[in-house]
Write a protein that binds this ligand. Sequence first.
Ligand SMILES: *[C@@H]1O[C@H](CO)[C@@H](O)[C@H](O)[C@H]1NC(C)=O
Ligand SMILES: *[C@@H]1O[C@H](CO)[C@@H](O)[C@H](O)[C@H]1NC(C)=O
Ligand SMILES: *[C@@H]1O[C@H](CO)[C@@H](O)[C@H](O)[C@H]1NC(C)=O
Ligand SMILES: *[C@@H]1O[C@H](CO)[C@@H](O)[C@H](O)[C@H]1NC(C)=O
Ligand SMILES: *[C@@H]1O[C@H](CO)[C@@H](O)[C@H](O)[C@H]1NC(C)=O
Ligand SMILES: *[C@@H]1O[C@H](CO)[C@@H](O)[C@H](O)[C@H]1NC(C)=O
Ligand SMILES: *[C@@H]1O[C@H](CO)[C@@H](O)[C@H](O)[C@H]1NC(C)=O
Ligand SMILES: *[C@@H]1O[C@H](CO)[C@@H](O)[C@H](O)[C@H]1NC(C)=O
Ligand SMILES: *[C@@H]1O[C@H](CO)[C@@H](O)[C@H](O)[C@H]1NC(C)=O
Ligand SMILES: *[C@@H]1O[C@H](CO)[C@@H](O)[C@H](O)[C@H]1NC(C)=O
Length: 881
Amino acid sequence: MESSLVLFVVLISLAIIHIVQAQDQLGFISLDCGLPASEPSRYKETYTGLWFSSDREFIQSGKTGRIKKNQEKKLLKPYTTLRYFPDGIRNCYNLTVEKGRKYLIRAYFFYENYDGLNINPKFDLYLGPNPWTTIDLQKQVNGARPEILHIPTSNSLQICLVKNGTTTPLISTLELRPMGNDSYNTESGSLSLFFSKYINRSASFLRYPNDVYDRIWDAYFQTEWTQISTALEVNNSNNYDPPKDALKSAAKPTNASAPLTIKWKSINPNDNYYVYRHFSEIQELQANETREFIMLWNGEVMSPDPIIPPKLGMTTIFSKSPRTCDGGECSFQLTRTKRSTLPPLLNAFELYSVIQFPQSETDERDGMFYVVAIKDIEATYGLSIISWQGDPCVPLRLMWEGLNCSNTDISTPPRITTLNLSSSGLTGTIAAAIQNLSKLERLDLSNNSLTGEVPEFLGNMKSLSVINLSGNNINGSIPQALQKKGLELSLEGNPRLCVSDSCIKPHKKKVLVPIVASVASAAIVIAVLILFLVLRKKRSTIVEGLHQSPRTSTVNVTFADKKSKRFTYSDLIKMTNNFQSVLGKGGFGMVYHGTVNGSEQVAVKVLSRSSTQGYKEFKAEVDLLLRVHHTNLVSLVGYCYEGDHLALIYEFLPNGDLKQHLSGKGGRSIINWSTRLRIALEAALGLEYLHIGCIPPMVHRDIKTANILLDENFKAKLADFGLSRSFQVGDKSQDSTVIAGTRGYLDPEYNHSGRLNEKSDVYSFGIVLLEMITNQPVINRASENSHITQWVGFKVNRGDIVEIMDPNLCKDYDSNSAWRALELAMSCANPSSSKRPFMSQVINDLKECIVCENSRISKNRGLESEEMNISFDTSVVPMAR
Ligand SMILES: *[C@@H]1O[C@H](CO)[C@@H](O)[C@H](O)[C@H]1NC(C)=O
Ligand SMILES: *[C@@H]1O[C@H](CO)[C@@H](O)[C@H](O)[C@H]1NC(C)=O
Ligand SMILES: *[C@@H]1O[C@H](CO)[C@@H](O)[C@H](O)[C@H]1NC(C)=O
Ligand SMILES: *[C@@H]1O[C@H](CO)[C@@H](O)[C@H](O)[C@H]1NC(C)=O
Ligand SMILES: *[C@@H]1O[C@H](CO)[C@@H](O)[C@H](O)[C@H]1NC(C)=O
Ligand SMILES: *[C@@H]1O[C@H](CO)[C@@H](O)[C@H](O)[C@H]1NC(C)=O
Ligand SMILES: *[C@@H]1O[C@H](CO)[C@@H](O)[C@H](O)[C@H]1NC(C)=O
Ligand SMILES: *[C@@H]1O[C@H](CO)[C@@H](O)[C@H](O)[C@H]1NC(C)=O
Ligand SMILES: *[C@@H]1O[C@H](CO)[C@@H](O)[C@H](O)[C@H]1NC(C)=O
Ligand SMILES: *[C@@H]1O[C@H](CO)[C@@H](O)[C@H](O)[C@H]1NC(C)=O
């Protein structure tokens, strides 16, 4: 029996499982990884009756994929979608579990060439900081299914896919099953499944609901055996509870005096094994008949006590200590005793090897939840760092960016000693959660835009010896607790900070304390209180005023103040050659062409004084663009914020915007159908990234053809994030008081209700797609069917695609792909947001349109080359004669 027996493709034809409706699945976690957001997030798998849910809530990274339609039929639904991880080294699922409880953890990995690259990936799987196994789909081409029995040491379990080499990790499903307490105990370590078999000549397998723990039992049989079966009920209850159906059949050696033998080869010669054998007497024995046998391990008697299988009951035999195999050759044998009249029998068996998980997870003792604290800090600052997954400190090579930890030896939990978030675009005050990193020695928050005061708690953190807060916008004074010896404190570059004690302290706390302390007369208290309230009111009105009119040089810039990205007004003059070359004009002001560093071309958007796009939009755009990076989003080179002058500096996209290319305005070329589809796909990818790739997710709110820009290779990039907003995933929508967007592209439902979610962008995207297909105006005042959706609706009823398609395309398109694109566009532009697809579905559909169109193009190419061959023949052959 080879290890390949473990391999296992879930063919539907093999699934013969009875469905029992009423079985509970208490504590089961069944994740269908990469389930598209367009499908219900929970469903019942029909063959097993298992409830699968989407993995979205349990992982923040990765992309969703789907295996090819023609491969799908072979696999059960949960295995047809997958999540893959092109970014980052380590990507982790974070699951909530019960600490100290034993779990069966199982994952499935099916590649099936989902990405068309035909490169089977190879990568590592980790449980928390410890390696579990390597997934090598180059060897296991039919898919891999590792399984482990493991006791988590905390209430959250990190299951991580770790890149090793260049291939992209992926996962199809992830399953967790809580197990009973008094089974599969080990002296140390966890149990990795080698195989579990029930003895039957059939070729099927058993799992839930036959198995209450959803272990998977494959049928197994050998030619030198004879099968015995029973139709009677078998009592399967002990600590292991193997499925009743697994016990109803058994094997005995056909030669009644021969032993019953199971052999296998160890992958790793030093592996330690635990074997569990399940026996039930399912044959009707006569009074003078006995069945009694002993067990041998690699030829040696394991226990002198003979085994007598209980009649229609069952017994499970296992050893308390692990066993090894000499030279990797392993076997166990059942041999009848002298007084036994019948040969031995075996109903089912399981084989596990031991995995040690020596690396302690980063400390969670003393009520000091390091990981919680650091996640809290991440949330406070809205950071989204791809390496911040799994354990913060270990393994060493995967330590989170910006941290350093004490790593003395693997058996002591590491602790976070350095937190370095310098130049990370942090805003707001210094996070309170920092005080929970009790072993912190070095804290570097320099060169951010932090405001507020230096918190007192920093002085009470005993280990802290280096604090760098320079280059922020911190105010107030330095707490007494921080003025101590041995503490290296850097505070320069905080213009509003009072360094000397004699400063006036404007904070309300500092005003109120003396009042309380002096026990002054009520009159004085009231007078001071009134004064305080008046002052406070005045202060806040000033602040509001400043926000409304940002063109005052005293405004405190609260958005990410990345120095490298900030330019002065004189830089602007230089880079645009005194605003010589105008690229365009928008509602906000002019856009100029410019050059930085002598060669890099940029577009400089200058906010004009009369602009309708105010400070808020400007700030929103800078904030967003500094945070998000995607190949289909226009990237920000920098910005200028100096007194009256606000400007945004973007990468320059020489091919203008999509609108120009549809209309042919500005001397722009008309683009063909296949390029249009590609551009639509790229824009969709950019939008999907905003919706699900960003944390928090964003809506663009102003998707239109004029905001889709094209680079020198006609690659599409979304621009103009001035109106973009984040929205909560929890309630999926957010009320917003000001409806914003462009007429014609604006989601009617959002316009009506003010409730904002990502489906509003989907609507606008649908309008863009309709424009790309038809080249009709979005709103045509001259026509009865004034909106583009009405125009298309009217034409669709006549059923002629040629009349709908942009005449500039000269009928050069696959009508199938055109119809598909049109259907997609109309479903995106559905008046009801719940009927619109999510962007991931849009992307899938666009890819299919592209496949249709490409197959037409390659067919045409084939024809062309045939024609060339013919002309070649006719001209050459006569000459040869
Ligand atoms: C990466 O793969 C190589 C070759 O299979 C292996 O030797 C190495 O240990 C792996 N690295 C890690 C960190 O697992
Ligand atoms: C199993 O162990 C867990 C953790 O030690 C405990 O909470 C639970 O009550 C135990 N269950 C049973 C049935 O003993
Ligand atoms: C075991 O084998 C018997 C007879 O070959 C068959 O009827 C039965 O369905 C099998 N049981 C399972 C669970 O495969
Ligand atoms: C099954 O066996 C267990 C112990 O072996 C016993 O406690 C239980 O009552 C039995 N159940 C039935 C239905 O006979
Ligand atoms: C049956 O098994 C015994 C013991 O292994 C062996 O000596 C004998 O030759 C076998 N008989 C046959 C017919 O194979
Ligand atoms: C057991 O008894 C039956 C008759 O009841 C007889 O046919 C059979 O040979 C006996 N078997 C043995 C092993 O003695
Ligand atoms: C994992 O999830 C738990 C519970 O939701 C949370 O407390 C913990 O911080 C998360 N851990 C990581 C590393 O995200
Ligand atoms: C991290 O800390 C270790 C000592 O614990 C030190 O040797 C190492 O240089 C530090 N690394 C960085 C990047 O600061
Ligand atoms: C923090 O990281 C920056 C570079 O990213 C480095 O210059 C600085 O020295 C680090 N601070 C500390 C306290 O290690
Ligand atoms: C620090 O940790 C404790 C639990 O150990 C928690 O109650 C508290 O909220 C944490 N403080 C912060 C600021 O995160």
